[in-house]
Design a protein. Structure first.
Length: 123
């Protein structure tokens, strides 16, 4: 009877080992599924970080373009301001020359009137 008992004990031990191996296999499969899920999350996170990085890079390029446009506007504004100052100087010069021409015209009219008097006296 002891032999059966030993045989039965051995069978029980083997069965327990099989059950433990099946349990271990199930836990390994669950851990593998968990690792796969973690890998999927890491892949998704990596893609999102790359997407954010691309957007930040695009923002940097847009910012540089805006800065270039502001510099061009500033240059244009300075040019317009300089041109306006030149127009003001030329306008003042034109006004001075027009006043001088008016004086000369007045002197010419006076001279013509004097010549007309001289011409009347001779006639």
């Amino acid at each position: 009877m002891q032999t059966l008992s030993l045989k039965q004990m051995a069978t029980n031990i083997v069965q327990q080992s099989i059950d433990a191996m099946e349990s271990q296999n199930q836990k390994v499969a669950e851990a593998s599924d968990g690792f796969n899920e973690v890998q999927n999350h890491i892949t998704t996170l990596t893609q999102r970080v790359e997407n954010i990085n691309d957007k930040i890079s695009n923002l940097g390029h847009s910012n540089n373009t805006i800065i270039e446009n502001i510099n061009q506007l500033s240059d244009s504004s300075a040019s317009v301001s300089e041109s306006a100052q030149e127009v003001e100087v030329r306008s003042r010069q034109n006004q001075t020359e027009a006043e001088h021409a008016k004086e000369l015209l007045g002197q010419m009219q006076t001279l013509i009137q004097q010549l007309e008097k001289y011409h009347k006296v001779k006639a």
